[in-house]
Write a protein that binds this ligand. Structure first.
Ligand SMILES: NC(=O)C1=CN([C@@H]2O[C@H](COP(=O)(O)OP(=O)(O)OC[C@H]3O[C@@H](n4cnc5c(N)ncnc54)[C@H](OP(=O)(O)O)[C@@H]3O)[C@@H](O)[C@H]2O)C=CC1
Ligand SMILES: C[C@H](O)[C@@H]1OC(=O)[C@H](O)[C@@H]1O
Length: 254
């Protein structure tokens, strides 16, 4: 069964990793997909090609989500190309691991701007378009297990993920009257570019694997199903929810 037949799905940060897997997952479920990205031209174009090979339409729009203008431009170009916006997946994010006491202010500022401000502007731009269209919609934000637990080298990052989770709770209230649902997914440790260097530390990687009851770290494709589900009418009565997708890592105290 195709869950997103005829829908237009916008995804930020879809050149690589979780966003890319979600874009391809949405296309497999019948959606046309607009993808935002910041730097990776080649991967963005190959994602477009992969979606088109599935028989769906795709559009890549380059832009830094930290700039509010990027959100307006992304939504406008998606509407020009596909006529509407049904789903926004706010996924773009960075995590430059760094110790707390000597954290440079610019690293904090940039991480907040990309991860939290970027999500805010994208969600707002998509919601404005959905309200104008008048037939509801779905917003899925990629938060993290890190919204719930800390990280020694992520003091600038975990608050952004808690913020994204909180944003979905508040927008679920603000947008419910328009039939727009807002939910978040909370991935655990997923093997992507964002943590390639961090997990090159074999001891750390083994530790993270050992903490995961399902016995392995996640792959980007592990997020595609939960994101497609929350975007789809199968989740018609789900809003303000947060879905952990972490192989059980969060509950594994001892
Ligand atoms: N991997 C993990 O363990 C977890 C990841 N997450 C979250 O998942 C999301 C995706 O990360 P993940 O797939 O792991 O990592 P990747 O590094 O593979 O993907 C990040 C994506 O975000 C894009 N991006 C980065 N900065 C910007 C920006 N300023 N404007 C627009 N796009 C940008 C990148 O595009 P480009 O390459 O073109 O710059 C890329 O498409 C992030 O929000 C992350 O916090 C949450 C929990 C766990
Ligand atoms: C980048 C990290 O490996 C990843 O990001 C998260 O949000 C998870 O908690 C992991 O720490």
């Amino acid at each position: 069964m195709k869950l997103l037949e005829g829908k237009t799905v916008l995804i930020t940060g879809a050149s690589t990793g979780i966003g890319r897997a979600a874009a391809i997952g949405a296309a497999r479920h019948g959606a046309d997909v607009a993808l935002n990205y910041a730097h990776s031209d080649g991967p963005a174009q190959s994602c477009v090609a992969e979606i088109e090979a599935l028989g769906r339409r795709a559009l890549a729009v380059k832009g830094d989500v930290a700039d509010p203008e990027t959100a307006r431009d992304f939504v406008a170009k998606a509407v020009d190309a596909f006529g509407k916006v049904d789903v926004m997946v706010s996924n773009a994010g960075i995590c430059p691991f760094h110790s707390f006491l000597d954290m440079p202010a610019e690293v904090v500022e940039r991480t907040f701007r990309v991860n939290l401000h970027g999500a805010y502007y994208m969600v707002q731009a998509a919601a404005r378009q959905m309200v104008e269209q008048g037939h509801g919609g779905a917003i899925v934000a990629v938060s993290s297990i890190s919204a719930l637990v800390g990280g020694e080298f992520q003091t600038h990052y975990t608050p952004t993920k808690a913020g994204v989770h909180s944003l979905m709770q508040s927008t679920a209230i603000a947008l419910g009257k328009y039939g727009i649902r807002c939910n978040s997914v909370l991935p655990g440790t997923i093997l992507t570019e964002i943590n390639r260097d961090d997990l090159a530390d074999v001891e750390k990687r083994r530790y993270m694997e050992a903490r995961t009851p399902l016995g392995r770290l996640g792959q980007p494709e592990d997020l595609a199903g939960p994101i497609v589900f929350l975007a789809s009418d199968m989740a018609a009565y789900v809003t303000g929810a947060a879905l952990l997708v972490d192989g059980g890592m969060y509950v594994n105290l001892q």
